[in-house]
Design a protein around this ligand. Sequence first.
Ligand SMILES: NC(=O)c1ccc[n+]([C@@H]2O[C@H](COP(=O)([O-])OP(=O)(O)OC[C@H]3O[C@@H](n4cnc5c(N)ncnc54)[C@H](OP(=O)(O)O)[C@@H]3O)[C@@H](O)[C@H]2O)c1
Length: 300
Amino acid sequence: MILLTGATGFIGERVLQKLSENNLSVRCLVRKPVNFGKQGVSHIIGDVLDYDSLARATEGINTVYYFIHMMGKQDEQERFDVLDRRAITNMVKACKVNGVKRIIHLTGMSNPEEKLSHHLASRKEVEEIIKNSGIDYTIFRASVIIGREGAAFELLDTAVRKFPVIPVMDWQNTKVQPVYIGDVIRYLVECLDKQETINKCYDIGCPDVFTYKELMQEYAKELGLKRIFVPVPGSWRRLSAYVLGKLAPVDANVAYWLIESLHNNMLAEPNDLDRIFGFEPLSFNESIRKIKEGGQCYMP
Ligand SMILES: NC(=O)c1ccc[n+]([C@@H]2O[C@H](COP(=O)([O-])OP(=O)(O)OC[C@H]3O[C@@H](n4cnc5c(N)ncnc54)[C@H](OP(=O)(O)O)[C@@H]3O)[C@@H](O)[C@H]2O)c1
């Protein structure tokens, strides 16, 4: 049986849909009762910050999908890294006690040569804890995931749709390689049967590399919107997060930490995923068209 964490989130919800379509038995760890209404899907109430609940949730589990981050916590904002560390340490301990065979995880892409933002440094730490746990793992790393309800994509969408004149700050030339949500879900679900992905980490990205300014320009073009970009010195993180937090369907705290991460380049290291999975990720423009059509993995 599979234990899915983050089943109510952007990634977990879509992975659950695929796992259920594939007739796999899934137990979802949730903080509040949810009726998923799917054959073979059950839920267990728990919290990754509560070890005892994880010890119960991992009983009889073969594979854990770990899709948790704590950036949205409002009471201990500066300390989401502490919470994320505690959460994954709890999970690893529970997995070991109950003999879980594998952890599958999605995290943020980062360049080991750069000083990482708080968010990416914390993501890296969680990744390292999984890798050093002694439990088999498969880890995928992504940058901006192109899909409705994805926090980074919703910020991009809001900035481009709502502002005819877009201020571009000191992150405008940072490079990024986004990836389509449908491709991310395929990697996460199809890796279950691919033994060669065990104990491997993969960067996943579309074939295109953009600066953040180019990404917004390209997105505006896809939407048929004329936009003027005005360079503004500085990073204006708090103001940007405040404004976007009001306009976008994204928590302002999450927006703040994601904006801080705009200074880190997110470029995928080459890998052999095309050979292993038998498909190539969609281009950015194809991804946007899929979203516009309400294509695969779109959820309103
Ligand atoms: N979105 C992206 O563009 C993106 C890009 C790269 C990597 N990733 C990675 O993908 C993973 C999943 O991100 P996401 O975008 O799906 O996040 P998300 O939409 O914010 O979902 C987070 C999930 O975590 C659950 N959760 C939070 N705190 C919890 C706790 N204490 N105990 C149990 N569950 C808890 C939430 O449940 P509740 O409903 O109870 O709050 C929710 O289901 C993360 O590791 C993230 O770094 C995402």
